[in-house]
Design a protein around this ligand. Structure first.
Ligand code: GAR
Length: 215
């Protein structure tokens, strides 16, 4: 794909990953346009980031819907109006229902702060410390109906030092997230990565378990 990518970004919080994507677009590395940003949380700071950069944004609060299906239906309508290439989850803390996921095959991408399939869900850093893991990392993956699951596109590992504090890990993880997410999007735009039938092809090689990236 050599044309500019059109993206929708879904987020629930601070939006530092969203900011890293904006920065990569602004510095010319990532050739993309963010068509819409949607948050399920009206107080998400990510919405302020969108406003600051004149990106269309709105809050779609799940509490205003009677169930997941009706929420996902509205989300689908809003995204379909933008006809995007990819739906980027950047700290979007909701599971997407199977109908929604089936509607956008090969198109929904998530970043998660662990070496998936280890530690889906919350508190990944705490779990790493509690289990005295020697390594930790981030994973970028295609989204399926599960929690933080789906074919892995890429990941970065970091070493965990003895007595490492949660805050140190959070900072290290954010740093690598802010590198790998724009990098993978750029490689998708350049055609270096392609996604066919839920399979990840990087430089013409099928990566069953994703590709390791280095910062
Ligand atoms: C990031 O660490 C991202 O990996 C995580 O939420 C954080 C959002 O930070 N996502 C998940 O845990 C998905 N299950 P941000 O709002 O500063 O980008």
């Amino acid at each position: 794909m050599s044309k500019k990518l059109s993206l929708a970004v879904l987020l629930s919080g601070n939006g530092t990953n969203f900011q890293a994507i904006i920065d990569s677009i602004e510095n010319g590395r990532l050739k993309a346009a963010i068509k819409i940003v949607i948050s399920n949380n009206k107080d998400a700071f990510g919405l302020n980031r969108a406003k600051k950069h004149n990106i269309k944004n709105l809050c779609l609060n799940h509490k205003d819907f009677k169930n997941r299906k009706s929420y996902d239906q509205k989300l689908k309508e809003l995204i379909n109006q933008e006809s995007v290439d990819f739906i980027i989850l950047a700290g979007f803390m909701r599971i997407l229902g199977s109908e929604f996921v089936k509607n956008f095959p090969n198109k929904i991408i998530n970043i998660h702060p662990s070496l998936l399939p280890k530690y889906p869900g919350l508190n990944t850093h705490k779990k790493v410390i509690k289990n005295k893991d020697k390594e930790h990392g981030v994973t970028v993956h295609l989204v399926d109906e599960g929690l933080d699951s789906g074919p892995i596109i890429g990941y970065i590992k970091i070493k965990v030092n003895d007595n490492e504090k949660e805050n140190d890990l959070i900072n290290k993880i954010h740093k690598i997230e802010h590198f790998i997410y724009p990098e993978i999007l750029s490689e998708l735009q350049e055609g270096k990565i392609s996604i066919v039938d839920n399979k990840i092809i990087i430089d013409d090689v099928y990566h069953k378990d994703g590709k390791e990236y280095f910062i």
